[in-house]
Design a protein around this ligand. Sequence first.
Ligand code: PEP
Ligand code: MN
Length: 338
Amino acid sequence: MIVVMEKSSSDQQIEHIANRIMELGLKSHIIRGTERTVIAAVGDDRKIKIESFESYPGVAEVLPILAPYKMASREVRPDPSQITVLNFRAGNGAVGMMGGPCSVESEEQIVSCARAVRDAGGTALRGGAYKPRTSPYAFQGMKEEGLKLLALARQETGLAVVTEVMSPEDVELVAKYADILQIGARNMQNYRLLESVGRSGRAVLLKRGPSATIEEWLLAAEYILNEGNPNVMLCERGIRTFESHTRFTLPLATVPYLHRKTHLPVIVDPSHGTGHSYLVTDMAAASIAAGADGLIVEMHPNPEKALSDGYQSLDFSQFATMMKKCKVIADALGKQFG
Ligand code: PEP
Ligand code: MN
């Protein structure tokens, strides 16, 4: 951190801060300018509450230098990570494509989706068995029955299965059937759940909370990484803004921004990000163009009849078209697609 002193600060106040920095185990460098003095604290200050320096007499401002997250940062791991699960790969030049319904509804529905995803060139099947619904009266998912159907679809197609886990008690059961555990947007800051998936041994898709800052999101990833699980993917799925023409606002600058800050693969969800099936294909293509390491896209054999999120789901032919468009862009960027 850098402590910027007031113009009027005294030598005694400067000394006091320099001493305090040294007491905390860091080195201090006092830089006296013509206008102001600044004190640089050198060393890892992540465990120190740096804001507390703002209350010291003579201090104008305190500026952090190190990102508060560590394991997720490029400072700790400069090269991009690649996550591999069965044939699914994301990151470091691989674009991992996941598709499937919002919710698992029946054997016929999930197996037909899995075949359509595989035939279109995807490598992972999504499908919610435990559904976080805004209304308690809405369809809550098929639970373990749905997990069994996902495992059956994997057996039929070889696709990796990604599905949401909503509470720490369910992690063991969901991890028994799934290859990738999804942490839903509403649970991004459920820290006991993050620790629990961190210990599960499964790859994790961590969705961004609709009102979470990027720093809060990376700190959430840090909870999983700290349990010794390096297989974390970040998923931008749109944030809440004043705008109401789309369900959420999908900020694609997140993708290149995260690539500067973290080595973790960045996935985009253009389905929840827009909330309209007619916007999904273009935003999927734009996500790949922005450098996304993969997509998760909702699709359904008959979106009109879907038990959840039908209005943002592609039918099989729209899904195949979306995949073709995205592949053209991935090829142009020299990335491996699938
Ligand atoms: C979902 O993937 O169906 C879902 C509920 O997503 P989110 O957590 O991003 O709202
Ligand atoms: Mn959904």
